[in-house]
Design a protein around this ligand. Sequence first.
Ligand code: FEO
Length: 169
Amino acid sequence: MDEALQQRFNDQIALELASAYAYLQMAAWCEARDLTGFATWMRAQWSEESQHALKFVDFVLDRGAEVELQPLAAPRSDYASPLELMEQAHAHEREVTAAIGALYQLASQLGDYASLSLLQWFLGEQIEEEASVRQIVAELRMIGDDSSALLLLDRELPGRRSPARSAGT
Ligand code: FEO
């Protein structure tokens, strides 16, 4: 594999692990505030992001390239509200989408078709993830200060994940 591409794949592994780390922190924040449905949803995201990191690790290794893990910064741990937390999650997913797009662009310039195939899958995954988080943000904006409505959403969230997505495929 091209050296620059190998480096960028390693950067992407770090970003997916940072995503998992951030979602785990968000799960803990929600759990501590008795938002157990949100916490379950965040834990499932943690699992999915970990699977994404592994998928990139396996790909790099299968291509005969080196995996070099990077230090993980502590994720943000203070949020003013569930809305602010989900807005942060949405911003993070957008960052991941942009990184995968840039990776796709480089692989395309290099004519690395195997990478393009993998990245195509991830681009589709990001569309789903962004849409899912964006929907929750929109609902939280409608909910505002209505704690009964927030409780209803909290109860509903764990059921929103399809089996395929929960498995981190
Ligand atoms: Fe794997 Fe949600 O980025």
